[in-house]
Design a protein around this ligand. Structure first.
Ligand SMILES: *Cc1c(COP(=O)(O)O)cnc(C)c1O
Length: 244
């Protein structure tokens, strides 16, 4: 490797390190403000477009959850992740015909928004004699062309999925619309929290509302203040994404 590349790499490691500690500090502050502890919040890094060497560097700092968006990318990086020290999840839109390729490789699929997708996850999990944890993805902003079910559909979908073998509902996930003001984003986060609490309070079999996954680089502190206990941060940790 040339010297220039080496310095670039070293600089990127330094940036990731500084970002990692800054985010951890912010998580601690926001969790305390919302009456919790930093341990109550799961910090998952969204690793799309990030090379394994940088992901593993963050893992060496203590990052213990990572999430990929695309099946192809996950498979191409799979052998290189330091999976002894971090847990791999799937957070992107998932096509039914690709489920087979990731069941058993990821600890949780955060983006389930149809019974058809859940049935395939169930089928593949049963076949491999395992149980796959999932989150239901909610389109809380009711945006067109966005993944996720509308809030009024969540309970019915949850009840149907709860009857399937090999799959366990562990909570809710959302990617709210891009907002101009903090006030607006709080409105969506609050709606998600209310839905999360509503469903938790019903205590249905095979549904355990352990995770409310919301908040990304620009708004993870607001999400924690609104009750999120899992955040998904990408560019805020690894720097701006470069799509190749
Ligand atoms: C990319 C991505 C994130 C992280 O986005 P940043 O703004 O880079 O923090 C979180 N969740 C999902 C589902 C993503 O695809």
């Amino acid at each position: 490797m040339t010297e220039k590349l080496l310095t670039e790499q070293a600089r990127r490691f330094d940036d990731i390190k500084a970002n990692y500690y800054e985010i951890c500090g912010n998580i601690e502050k926001a969790s305390e403000k919302s009456g919790r502890k930093k341990e109550d919040i799961t910090f998952l890094a969204a690793t799309k477009t990030v090379e394994p060497e940088y992901i593993n560097y963050a893992v060496s700092l203590g990052l213990d959850h990572i999430g990929e968006n695309r099946v192809q990318e996950l498979l191409s990086k799979y052998e290189k992740y330091d999976l002894e020290n971090t847990d791999l999840q799937f957070i992107g839109h998932l096509q039914t015909n690709k489920v087979r390729q990731i069941v058993g490789k990821v600890s949780m699929i955060q983006s389930v928004d149809s019974i058809k997708l859940a049935q395939e996850i169930s089928r593949q999990s049963v076949k491999n004699e395992l149980v796959t944890d999932i989150l239901l993805e909610v389109n809380i902003g009711r945006e067109e062309n966005k993944s996720g079910v509308f809030q009024e559909e969540v309970e019915e979908l949850a009840a149907k999925i709860a009857e399937l073998d090999g799959i366990k509902i562990k909570g809710l996930m959302s990617v709210p619309p891009i907002c101009d003001t903090k006030q607006e984003i709080f409105k969506f986060f609050d709606k998600m929290y209310k839905l999360f609490i509503d469903i938790s309070s019903k205590k249905s079999d095979n549904i355990s509302m352990d995770y409310l996954s919301m908040g990304m680089s620009d708004d993870y502190q607001e999400a924690i203040l609104s009750g999120a206990n899992m955040i998904r941060v990408g560019s805020g940790l690894f720097g701006a994404r470069i799509y190749r």
